[in-house]
Design a protein around this ligand. Structure first.
Ligand SMILES: [Fe+2]
Ligand SMILES: [Fe+2]
Length: 474
């Protein structure tokens, strides 16, 4: 089989001139398409969808819009332009030139970082594959598909690095990325949150709000990498991540909007009454928020981690906004506060900053999440509604790290198992909540129509009207 790479796989890495890479991708591409056909959005393969495709990294080319059938989507490989004379910004190699090839001694760790990032991309497509069947509108259906194809492109981005720089091991890892399955008992995805189900659209919006934001922070830390191709490819991935988080932030805002409208019209905040009117009461939204925030907080890993220290010291993974931070960028003496839960309460203690890098990235993530939630609260305030959303304390409902041993309330208080059991129905989605949200899910796909539980967006995609036919079914 021959592929016209410029045509079939838009790229700025001169794919056609690299025969080894070309052969590797010739084997991998049909496997990817098989995976998409099995695990991509259910029932969608014949649809014409109004999607953006990256055809270059510049202003004009990174978002080219048009109708495309998703199996024919042009998943491209794009790295941001090389910065001439770029130097390593942190760690033991600080000040040395960045690497264009993988140093032998860091090969295993770099491969692990790339595989772990790469694994999340197809995982989320698998988690979301049934959602199209219950889309609340054609606009939302299109956004779901946009997120899905771009996660597919992110997989391509990581697979390119594996094929190009890691030889046979890389090819084996690239194959394994298509074999693991989200939630599979025998061969699951690598990280916990990517094995959870995304059973309804409230979950989907929370996922794109929180878990794609984890993506933003992980990718940002990798944009600092001394391995230049990884830095450049993650820089470009971040431009797409922005839209994924927009889908979440705006999706929740529209749900809240609709609920508030009904609350004000009916003059009630009674959850039972609101549910009977077919909208999602605010406390239920908060419980979903608590669940997704805590599951995502776990993705940052143990609060103290010698791996994180090694990745930093060896220049593989930096901090969020590393180059803008004002310190020695080596952290040999520095400390950072972490929570210690050993004595039955949580105390903030100073730990070596190098070992606390996961915690630091988690804190950066929580700060960023809070600013999104503040926007929903501003809306409530403007409407004069006496309810505020909050991101739970970072120790709440954790399954990883020293905090996992304790029961901790959303406010961050250590509590007994008894108190936990007495309150957990107010803090995390109950089976009844999930069943109710599920009961609202039905397919609304007439252009310009929206399910009862969600308000229309204020504008459409790429200057198109809200009622545009974003998806043509035949
Ligand atoms: Fe992604
Ligand atoms: Fe994403």
């Amino acid at each position: 089989m021959t592929i016209d790479y410029q045509q079939k796989i838009p790229n700025n890495v001169d794919l056609a001139s690299d025969k080894t890479l070309q052969r590797a991708l010739e084997h991998w591409q049909p496997e990817f398409l098989n995976w998409w056909s099995d695990m991509g959005p259910e029932g969608s393969h014949q649809y014409d969808c109004y999607l953006r495709t990256a055809t270059s990294v510049d202003q004009a080319g990174w978002a080219t819009f048009g109708y495309v059938k998703m199996p024919e989507y042009r998943w491209g490989i794009f790295l941001n332009p090389q910065v001439p004379d770029r130097k390593i910004a942190f760690g033991a190699h600080k000040g040395e030139p960045v690497w264009q090839e993988v140093p032998g001694e860091y090969r295993a760790n770099l491969r692990r970082i790339i595989v772990t990032q790469g694994d999340t991309e197809p995982a989320s497509v698998e988690q979301q594959r049934h959602l199209g069947l219950t889309a609340p509108s054609m606009y939302d259906l299109r956004n779901l598909f946009q997120v899905n194809v771009e996660e597919g492109r992110h997989l391509w981005a990581m697979v390119y690095l594996l094929h190009r720089y890691f030889g046979r091991d890389g090819r084996e890892e690239a194959a394994a990325l298509l074999e693991r399955r989200s939630g599979d008992a025998d061969n699951p995805r690598i990280l916990g949150a990517f094995n959870e189900r995304t059973p309804d659209w409230l979950s989907f919006f929370m996922f794109t709000f929180f878990t794609d934001r984890d993506g933003k922070f992980q990718l940002s830390a990798l944009t600092e990498s001394a391995f230049d191709p990884l830095a450049r490819t993650t820089q470009f991935m971040l431009t797409e991540e922005g839209h994924h988080m927009f889908v979440g932030r705006n999706g929740i805002r529209r749900i809240v909007d609709r609920t508030c409208e009904v609350m004000q019209r009916e003059r009630t905040d009674n959850p039972e009454k609101l549910r009977a009117l077919g909208v999602i009461d605010l406390p239920t939204i908060q419980r979903y928020l608590n669940f997704h925030a805590s599951v995502t907080a776990d993705l940052f890993g143990a609060d103290l981690s010698s791996n994180a220290a090694t990745f930093y010291t060896t220049g593989l993974k930096g901090r969020y906004m590393e180059s803008r931070l004002k310190d020695d960028h080596q952290l040999l003496e520095a400390t950072y506060p972490v929570l210690n839960a050993s004595s039955g309460q949580i105390l903030s203690e100073q730990a070596p900053a190098l070992n606390a890098l996961n915690e630091r990235l988690r804190d950066d993530f929580i700060k960023d999440s809070n600013s999104g939630v503040d926007a929903w609260n501003k809306n409530l305030e403007e409407r004069g509604i006496d309810f505020r959303f909050g991101v739970p304390h970072k120790a709440f409902n954790r399954q990883i790290g020293s905090l996992a041993a304790l029961k901790i309330s959303p406010e961050g208080k250590v509590i007994s198992a008894q108190t936990w059991n007495a309150n957990v129905r107010d803090w995390l989605p109950t089976p009844e909540d999930c069943a109710f949200v599920q009961s609202l899910m039905g397919r609304v796909v007439e252009p310009g129509k929206f399910a009862n539980w969600i308000a229309p967006p204020s504008s459409g995609i790429n200057g198109q009207p809200v009622e545009c036919e974003y998806v043509r079914f035949s």
